[in-house]
Design a protein around this ligand. Structure first.
Ligand code: NAP
Length: 203
């Protein structure tokens, strides 16, 4: 009998990807004994109120960032799918691609969990995967725990919070720093920093 594979799906806009994301994925991999983590940059996120960097560039930055970790992969699934990006479609496609001998873990920021009731087919999303909610230092855990209890009551599903010390870095802050001409060194991999400079992103 084949062993069930434990696969992490690291969902995010990654605009840009930074060390906080990489530390989060590695923490999830070890804490939840994942066989691999597939970074899946969003294509056309329905919830963004500001223009995001073109998907192809966010994808390339993700490829550069994960290059030295043998347990990390990147999927083009969301960026190649036309229309708005919904996690429910992504999880269904991953089951089709990877087969049924897998257990999927969806890793994202805790803020995504606070909003999850607005997501398309949230009941199916929670039934398809084990949801891991990464929190930054100082994150208001009360709000998150309340939401986790509510989701358990409504759908009978657990969401696992995961405290990530290194997640003190944020894409918003990196974009602001670039715009203001401040250094972003040591916040993200050097290859991603060079990509941002060469492509004149976030100016
Ligand atoms: P977001 O709202 O931009 O991010 C929320 C917070 O979580 C930010 O502080 C962000 O930090 C952090 N974060 C995002 N992804 C993370 C990750 N993988 N690990 C650790 N922290 C993370 O969230 P988003 O990136 O657009 O969306 C997160 C995921 O939820 C994506 O896969 C998206 O497709 C999915 N989603 C689905 C629906 C739907 O199906 N209707 C709706 C919303 C989101 P940074 O800014 O530093 O990344």
């Amino acid at each position: 009998m084949s062993k069930i594979k434990r696969v992490g799906i690291m969902g995010g806009t990654f605009d840009p990807i930074h060390y906080g994301h990489l530390v989060t994925a590695e923490a999830a991999r070890t804490e939840f004994q994942l066989d691999k983590v597939i970074f899946t940059p969003t294509g056309n996120p329905p919830h963004k109120r500001y223009p995001v960097t073109p998907a192809e560039q966010r994808y390339l930055m993700t490829v550069l960032a994960i290059n030295d970790n043998p347990y990390f992969e990147v999927s083009r699934m969301e960026i190649d799918r036309p229309g708005l990006t919904y996690t429910v479609d992504t999880l269904e496609s991953f089951y089709k691609e990877l087969g049924n001998d897998v257990r999927l873990f969806f890793i994202s920021g805790a803020d995504a969990v606070l909003d999850i009731l607005t997501w398309k087919d949230v009941d199916r999303v929670l039934s398809y995967c084990t949801f891991i909610a990464a929190t930054r230092p100082g994150y208001p855990m009360d709000k998150l725990n309340q939401k986790i209890s509510q989701l358990k009551e409504l759908y009978g599903r657990e969401v696992y919070p995961m405290k990530v010390t290194g997640l003190d870095i944020s894409s918003t802050d990196i974009r602001r720093r670039v715009k203001e001409g401040l250094s972003i060194k040591y916040l993200l991999p050097p290859s991603v920093e060079v990509f941002i400079q060469k492509n004149n992103l976030y100016r």
